[in-house]
Write a protein that binds this ligand. Structure first.
Ligand code: SDX
Length: 393
């Protein structure tokens, strides 16, 4: 609804692109996907339905959903040659390095058969990426723990299949707890898209040159890895473990406010939200649901996180700067309770955000006015001057 908000000219001057996919009101703490509020999607929809919505602009009817789900399910297996890429990595390689490498390598398998100007090819590439990233993520985990790869199953839902591929072993199938599968599905929804964040902008810039979508998504994964962006969920757990007990929270809050100390409260603050990140609120609720389902009564990291949040929200430094918990503050506690290793947290963020990256890439390619991205700069270097031979310097 264009009347929904008013563009201020200054904003337009800095806006990097126009998009119909996601709207964020940072002051209100509002997040809409194609007009639907994130809290309604996270509690009433499912990840594949949200993926369809982001890609196509409307919620699917039953037939459209069944076709989309089948197209994704039937692309979840990896080309057997692609599975050989994992053995080139050391077992202790960070799984995000593996994701960048193997997703990038997909371009070697599908580049020749993907004409980005053909809508059918764009849709197949979208299906392949959305379908295969959970398989690649689970394989990265299996490789790191020395267990055999577990193939996807076509009778399982998207989140269930991921948990199956992560935790089943040839000698014993992992029984997926439906409450955990639902929580995983909701976590994927909460990370699916977020307007023009750093990694999405990376994908758009790479795609604007006409690069194939597999290479563009690999570029997005690389950008997401940073601790200021998607790597924050892993950094939050390390921070909470370093704090170690509630009586040390004050020490770390003090450090976060000290300009001479590079330490920042991980999972706090946001480039856009100057109010609660609506995803953090849903994530906190989901955290309590999962710990309750697993019968975990006293998770020390949750206790520290909740006390830290309370103290920070009452501290004038954070209040003045409108620093609130973001999507990464509670997600790691849930994932850790599910048995997902910390090193996989950002990988999971990448699995979910692949849907947003693909939707944004597709929207850009389908825009007949789009040109190659070319950010300008404010030059602050030396004025023009003549060369001086080395013996005269
Ligand atoms: C994601 O863009 C997206 O949409 C990203 C994302 C997505 O879905 O794609 O939402 C995912 O990346 C969430 C953010 C995850 N990162 C973290 O949690 C890392 C910790 N947070 C920060 O490093 C920081 O808040 C950023 C990087 C998120 C934003 O950094 P900015 O732009 O510098 O923050 P700001 O402009 O709002 O800062 C204003 C002030 C500054 O102090 P002053 O210079 O005014 O004195 O607040 C300070 C900052 O130093 N500040 C913090 C802080 N975050 C900002 N101080 C202490 N701890 C923090 N976490």
């Amino acid at each position: 609804k264009t009347g929904y908000f008013t563009f201020d000219p200054g904003f337009m001057a800095t806006a990097s692109c126009e998009s119909k996919i996601t709207f964020i009101d940072g002051d209100k703490g509002e997040l809409l996907h194609r007009g639907y509020p994130i809290d309604q999607l996270a509690t009433q929809s499912n990840f594949l339905e949200v993926a369809y919505l982001l890609l196509n602009g409307e919620l699917p009817n039953k037939d459209e959903y069944a076709t989309f789900e089948r197209n994704i399910t039937r692309h979840t297996m990896l080309h057997e040659q692609l599975t050989k890429f994992f053995t080139g990595f050391r077992r202790d390689a960070h799984p995000m390095a593996v994701m960048v490498g193997v997703v990038g390598a997909m371009s070697a398998f599908y580049h020749d058969s993907t004409d980005i100007n053909d809508p059918a090819h764009r849709m197949i590439a979208s299906h392949r990426l959305i379908a295969k990233v959970p398989t690649i993520a689970a394989m990265a985990y299996k490789y790191s723990v020395g267990q055999p790869f577990v193939y996807p199953r076509n009778d399982l839902g998207y989140a269930e299949n991921f948990l199956h591929m992560m935790f089943s072993v040839p000698c014993e199938t992992y029984e997926v707890n439906p409450v955990l599968a639902k929580a995983m599905d909701r976590i994927l929804i909460l990370h699916a898209d977020h307007e023009q964040n750093a990694s999405t902008s990376t994908v758009r810039l790479a795609g604007s040159s006409g690069a194939n979508p597999f290479a563009c998504i690999a570029a997005g994964i690389a950008c997401l890895w940073g601790p200021a962006h998607g790597g924050a969920n892993e950094a939050v757990i390390k921070m909470l473990e370093e704090i170690g007990s509630a009586d040390r929270i004050g020490e770390f809050v003090k450090r976060a406010k000290d300009k001479d100390d590079p330490f920042r409260l991980m999972g706090f603050g946001h480039r856009v939200y100057k109010n609660f990140d609506p995803r953090a609120t849903i994530m906190r609720q989901t955290c309590h649901e999962v710990l309750g389902e697993l019968g975990i009564k006293d998770e020390p990291l949750l206790d520290i996180a909740m006390k830290l949040e309370k103290i920070a929200l009452e501290d004038e430094y954070f209040v003045e700067r409108k620093l609130y918990p973001n999507v990464d503050f509670y997600s790691g506690i849930i994932l850790r309770a599910m048995g997902i290793p910390t090193s996989l947290f950002t990988v999971l963020f990448a699995v979910a955000r692949t849907v947003g990256w693909v939707a944004q890439w597709k929207e850009m390619i389908e825009d007949p006015t789009q040109k190659i991205g070319r950010p300008r700069q404010l030059y602050t270097g030396a004025a023009a001057r003549d060369y001086v031979a080395i013996n005269a310097r």
